[in-house]
Structure formats: C-alpha cells, structure tokens
Design a protein around this ligand. Structure first.
Ligand code: C2E
Ligand code: MG
Ligand code: MG
Length: 718
C-alpha cells in the first residue's frame, strides 16, 4: 500500500516538470549529444516514467516519443538509486523477450542513471543504449553517466521553476521561500521586496539587510536591465531564458551565477522575480565533459567528432579545404612485440610529428587506433596538399626511439579535396578513407588522392554484395559436377562439386567472379553448407541408382571451420542424406590451413576417423611446407593444374609432378592431377604412375542432369 502511495506522490511530482511526449528542448538535446559522443553510443534518451508509459523529454539517435511502461528498461532503473547496467539484454532473463530487444531499436546494451528530483522522487532516467552488447562499463564511465544525469536534472529543475513561476504570486512566494535556488523580487527601480533563504546563503547578504535596499548595491550594474529583458521574454532582445553573471558575495568571493527572470503586475505596477543559481560546479562539469567528448585522452588531439565538426564549419565558409587520412603502417607489430605502453608512446610521437608538418591553423585529429586525420584550411592547390602529405610520410619514416629501442614505422596517406571530391563532410571523409585504402593496397608508405573510380569500384562491390546476399534465398546458386577419373582404366570414380551462380543479369558465373567476395561475407557458411547438402543428396541418389561406389568431393570455406562444429554438421548431414562417410571427400586449400591452423585440425581428425576423405587441393601453388602433410589427417593430394598444363614444356614442372606423385605414394595418399586438357598430358601422367585425374579432357563441370546423361549413363554401360 505504501509503495502505491509513494508512486502516487512520485507521479504528482513528475507533473510539475510539464514534460510532454515528443517535446524538443535544446538544453536537453545538448546533454544527449554529449552523452552519445562520450559513450560512442548510437542512442541516448532522457526518459520520464509515467503511470502507464514512459515519455521522452529528449532523444538522440532514434526518433521516438513514448513507449509503454511495461517494456521500458528505465522503469527498472527507478527501483534503485544506482545505475542500471544491462551488458547484454539477450543474455538477461529480465529483458531477453522484451519487444525493444527483439524488435527495433534492437537494444543490446543499456545503462541508465536514475534522475532524483528536488522532492526526492525518481522521475526517470538518463540512459544510453547500444545495439551491440558491451561486456564492460567501467567505474569512470559510470561516474561520467552520473555527471551527465546531474546535468540533465539541472535542466529539468530549471524547467520546473519556469513552470511554477507562471503560477500565482502567493503560491510562488510560498514555494520560493524554501526553494533550493536563490530568489529575489525587485520593484521596477531595483528595490528588493523579497529575498529568500538560499539568496542569503549564496550571496552572503541577509534578508533583513537587503529588503528595501536597491539590488544595485550588491549586484553588477547591468543586472537590472538584463532582468527586464529576460522578464519581457522578448526573443528579439534575448535568445535565451537565462543570463550568466560574475558576482561577488558579501565576502568578495567570486561566484558564477545563472539568472532567470519573470515579471508580474499588480494594479499595473511590475515586480521582477530573479532566480540565481550557482553554476560553477556545472560549468566545471560541462567543460570536463566537453573535453572528454572531443579530445583524445592519449594524444590530447581533437577526436573524430571534433574533427568532423571543424570540417563542417570549414565547408561553410571556405572555398578550398583538404582532408587527409593517415594510417600508421606496422603499428600493430609495435603493439604486439613491444607492448601497449610502447604503442602508446609511438602514437604520441606520431601525433607530434604530424603536427610539426602542418600550420597551427590546421587541425590534426586522432580518429581512433593508429589512424589520424588532418584538416587543411584555405589551401591553395592539391600540389600543396601532396607536399604536406609527403612531408608527413617522410617524417614518419624516421626512427622513433622508445625506451632506447629503435622503432620503425611508416605512414600511408589518403587525400580528398573540397569541393572537387565531395560537398559534405561525410563524402570528403569517406573519399579520404578510400584514397587511404588505395594507398595501403598499393604497397603502403605512399599517398593517394581520391578519384571517382575508387568510389565507383566500392559502389559496384556493394551492389554485388547485395545481389549475393539474396542469391541463396532466390535459389540462384547451382552445383555443377566434374568427373573424377581413375587413370588405370579410365573409369569415372566420382565427381567434384563446383559452385555456380546463375546471376539474373550477368548469366552463369564461375567462382572466379564472386568467390572472393563470398568468402569474405557472412554468407560463406550457409552457402558452404548448402553445397554440401546438395552434393550429398545428389550423390546418395546416384549411388542408389546403380553407382554404389560413386564418390563426391566438396570444397570447404575457411569460415566453415571458424564457425565451429564442422565435424558435427557434416556427420549430421551424412546421416540426413543417407550418404556413407567413405563416399565423401572434403577439399581444403592452403589458404584455409595456413590461416586457421589451430581451429582446423580437430574437426578434420574427427571427420577422418568417421571415414570421410580429406584432400589437399591445389597442392604445390603456395607456401605449404612438406611438414604440413604430416600434421593434417589427409587422404589425398590434388596437384594444381598449373603444373599439369606446363608438364609438356617444362622439365621442372614435370619433375615437381613426379615428386608429388612419389610423395603421395610413400605417405599412403591418393594423388589426383587437376586440369588435364590433352591426351598428351594424360599419357605423361599415366607414365608417371598418377592414379587419378580430373580435367576438361574427361569432362567439364556440368549440371547434375547433364552429368547423369553424359557421364553416368556411359558408366553404367561399362
Ligand atoms: P578447385 O577446387 O581447384 O576446382 C577446380 C577448378 O578447375 C574448377 O574451377 C574447374 O572448373 C577447373 N578445371 C577443371 N578442369 C579444368 C581444365 O582442364 N582446365 C582448366 N583450365 N580448368 C579446369 P571452378 O569451378 O571455376 O572453381 C574454381 C575454384 O573455386 C575451385 O577450385 C574451388 O577452389 C572454388 N570453389 C568452387 N566451388 C566451390 C564451393 O562450393 N565451395 C568452395 N569453398 N569453393 C569452391
Ligand atoms: Mg577443389
Ligand atoms: Mg584445385
């Protein structure tokens, strides 16, 4: 019952703030903007929890006016004085089924600080929200959130007073007497008619002394005129509801005060009401939070958000601006080998070096990690920007001494010019990024200017990726089958499953056209599994149709290993399709082995034990050492087609082929020669004792139905 009454009192207190859903109040927006910058959070909200809903006094990163109280995170934060931090909503039983977690805005991380109003009730929260889980929320971050909440509360209190001031004088005086703010009422000539307790305390002058005296005796000369302007509410004279004053109290102690004012008339005679608040603490806090939001704590350089703001400013009033992105080459090695303190020292040294190459009017910023940016204003021409970039690259290439250790790094630079390369800050920054990416891929330690070609290439790649994302659901992928032949008797012993994309506009595409994009995208796993299922189903069917000894080889993506449980997935698939493990062979390339050494052996050993074959594809093309052959549970080596195709002209290639066949025989591995196109190549491989072959000579990769007619039918006739 008591809880119920508390809640009624809380709801009554909340009303005094006059917050409505969907309102837009610049001072709230400013706090929220600080919050999103400091915490790098996409969303920040100032929410007040009403009886059945929560309304937002301000929102950033999301357009929302209110939600029902039931699903509100903030309602949970009301119950305690402490911050409510939800590191991962999906792993929290209180929130895992919450509509705001499962649907837009897809909340994963939430940190909310309760806002306790002047009457002691918790009104709502200031909260930040991320769509990614955050495993950590440090003490310093907690303290920053509390400071921001205090700032928000200040603004709310200001609003409450503003509303209260609009009520009748008696009510006002009763309230003002005990107000936590200093309040004075003045006649038109400045004579003090009311002076509350807090005014006595704050300004050091007693009510007894002040009543009947002119405010001018203790206040700056322009106070009365400012008061009149503020009280008039005339927006052409003032664009704020408050004014700041430097004041001295009775002991000469300087005070920083914020003044707000109103006026009422009784029988035509005006009375001014002045509310003073001591804002020194708030100003200090604001300055600290501003610093935190805009300055990189390690290098003390402007951070990404300040650089962006300055770039936007520059675009407004300058005709030529250049933006440079700088990335340190080899920085990761420094961090990995010499440790993070050394890495930090290198970043500070790099910051100084970049600064030494530009004018003081230019902005050098740290964008994050080992990436810096330079904003050059009033720049005459691209050649000048190029020369500055060269100077930076040159300087950065010089040895840095860290704890008597020489450290070598270098820098790559991407440059975009306004107005040529873009009209907005976003376009220029992304243009410089693309140019930097180009410089990096061109061998590093160099500079590149943005060109439209770079953006076109990215756009084409993005469009391709979008197409690719739909290809699986639109059933545009197909599996082709290429025969695998036993050289001793020419009999087809199986097939390799090869992926094709029937693109709606471009026609039938080979892997060369899309595989690298696919491999780098999250689709690699589902597509890889789809190929595996298709191939297993098809082979199981063929084996029941008169080819009980027919086998299938399927290529794997690295991502299928990284996802985990590859062995379990394959074994389940074999069971589901009824294919015997001995009929399946999985092909892996060196790329997979070299990049994922540790995650790859265990599933392969398990699969090999279950009877599945493991083939080393494209053998001989890369850096794979012979010792790799011992480390992996292989059953086959596939000699890459480049050796086969050169076998007629090059003795060296012939020798390599011979050596691999010998090696395979000695290690008990089957050897398949790939890419046989001519009778002569076939004859030479037979002579060298190669057991199996694959190539256009025996058949190109083809759709399943064609494979049945052209290959399997003949095989049945054997
Ligand atoms: P791979 O696994 O080495 O497959 C052999 C490639 O050589 C196939 O190219 C095949 O069409 C081609 N080939 C076969 N015989 C000849 C010949 O006599 N002459 C010439 N010039 N080429 C021949 P394809 O189908 O374009 O596939 C290229 C690569 O893409 C494959 O090389 C494989 O690494 C990858 N790939 C294909 N399908 C898949 C798949 O489903 N999953 C994964 N992870 N990779 C796949
Ligand atoms: Mg292969
Ligand atoms: Mg191959």
């Amino acid at each position: 019952m008591r809880g119920e009454m508390d809640e009624q009192a809380r709801l009554a207190a909340l009303k005094e703030y006059g917050v409505e859903s969907g309102m837009s109040e610049p001072s709230f927006e400013r706090v929220l903007s600080l919050a999103t910058s400091i915490f790098e959070a996409p969303i920040a909200l100032l929410s007040l929890v009403e009886e059945a809903r929560q309304v937002f006094a301000g929102s950033r990163g999301i357009s929302v006016c209110e939600t029902d109280r039931e699903s509100s995170f903030c309602a949970h934060a009301l119950d305690s004085d402490e911050l409510l931090v939800v590191h991962d909503a999906l792993a929290d039983p209180r929130f895992e089924r919450n509509a705001l977690v499962l649907g837009p805005p897809y909340i994963r991380f939430y940190a909310g600080c309760p806002l306790r109003g002047a009457k002691g009730h918790v009104l709502g929260t200031l909260c930040i929200i991320d769509t990614q889980a955050r495993p950590r929320f440090s003490e310093a971050e907690r303290s920053n959130l509390r400071d921001l909440a205090a700032l928000a509360l200040d603004k709310l209190e200001l609003r409450r007073l503003e509303l209260a001031r609009q009520k009748s004088q008696n009510l006002f005086e009763a309230m003002a007497f005990n107000s936590p703010d200093a309040i004075a009422c003045l006649a038109e000539d400045g004579t003090v008619t009311f002076w509350n307790h807090t005014a006595e305390r704050l300004l050091g002058h007693s009510a007894e002394r002040m009543l009947g005296r002119n405010i001018g005796s203790v206040a700056p000369a322009n106070l009365l005129s400012t008061l009149r302007v503020l009280a008039s509410g005339n927006r052409s004279l003032t664009n704020s509801q408050t004014a700041r004053f430097e004041f001295s109290d009775a002991n000469g102690r300087p005070l920083q005060l914020e003044l707000s004012a109103s006026v009422w008339r009784s029988e035509g005679i005006p009375t001014y009401c002045a509310v003073f608040r001591d804002i020194a603490e708030r100003l200090r806090n604001e300055a600290r939070l501003y610093h935190l939001a805009h300055i990189d704590p390690l290098t003390q350089l402007p951070n990404r958000s300040l650089l962006r703001a300055r770039l936007e400013d520059a675009l407004l009033d300058e005709s030529r601006v250049s933006i440079m992105m700088i990335d340190l080459d080899g920085f990761k090695d420094v961090n990995d080998t010499l440790g993070h303190p050394a890495g930090d020292a290198v970043l500070c040294a790099a910051a100084k070096r970049i600064q030494s190459c530009v004018r003081t009017s230019d902005t050098v910023a740290r964008m994050g990690g080992d990436e810096f940016a330079v904003l050059l204003r009033r720049l005459p021409d691209p050649a000048r920007a190029g020369a500055i970039a060269d100077a930076i690259i040159d300087k950065m290439g010089q040895i840095i001494m860290i704890d008597d250790e020489p450290v070598h790094i270098s820098a790559s630079v991407g440059i975009a010019m306004f107005p040529k390369d873009g009209a907005t800050a976003q376009e220029l920054l992304s243009g410089a990024d693309l140019a930097l990416y180009d410089a990096k891929s061109q061998g590093k330690q160099c500079r590149r200017f943005f060109t439209q070609d770079l953006r076109d290439a990215i756009a084409a790649k993005r469009a391709y990726l979008l197409d690719l994302a739909d290809a699986l659901s639109r059933q545009e992928f197909e599996v082709f089958y290429q025969p695998l032949v036993s050289l001793a008797d020419g009999r087809v012993v199986g097939a390799e499953a090869l992926l094709r994309w029937r693109h709606p506009a471009k026609g039938l595409l080979n892997p060369a056209a899309f595989l690298s994009t696919l491999e780098a995208s999250p689709l690699a796993v589902p597509v890889g599994e789809w190929v595996l299922r298709q191939a297993c189903q098809q082979t199981a069917y063929w084996r029941t149709m008169g080819h009980p000894d027919f086998g299938i080889a399927v290529n794997l993506f690295g991502a299928q290993f990284r996802k985990g449980n590859l062995a379990g997935i394959v074994i389940d698939l074999l069971e589901e399709t009824g294919l015997s493990p001995q009929a399946l062979e999985l092909e892996i390339t060196e790329n997979i082995i070299l990049r994922h050494d540790d995650v790859i052996t265990a599933p392969l050993v398990e699969l090999r034990k279950a009877g599945v074959g493991i083939a080393f594809d494209d053998y001989g093309t890369g850096y794979a050492s012979l010792s790799l052959l011992k480390r992996y549970p292989l059953s086959k080596l596939k000699i890459d087609q480049t050796f086969i195709q050169a076998i007629e002209e090059s003795d060296e290639d012939a020798a390599i082929v011979q050596a691999v066949i010998y090696l395979g025989n000695r290690l008990g591995l089957t050897v398949t020669a790939e890419g046989i196109e001519t009778e002569d190549q076939c004859r030479r491989l037979k002579e060298k004792g190669c057991p199996q072959a694959q190539g256009y000579l025996f058949g190109r990769p083809m759709p399943a139905h064609e494979f049945e007619q052209r290959v399997l039918r003949l095989r049945q006739d054997d």
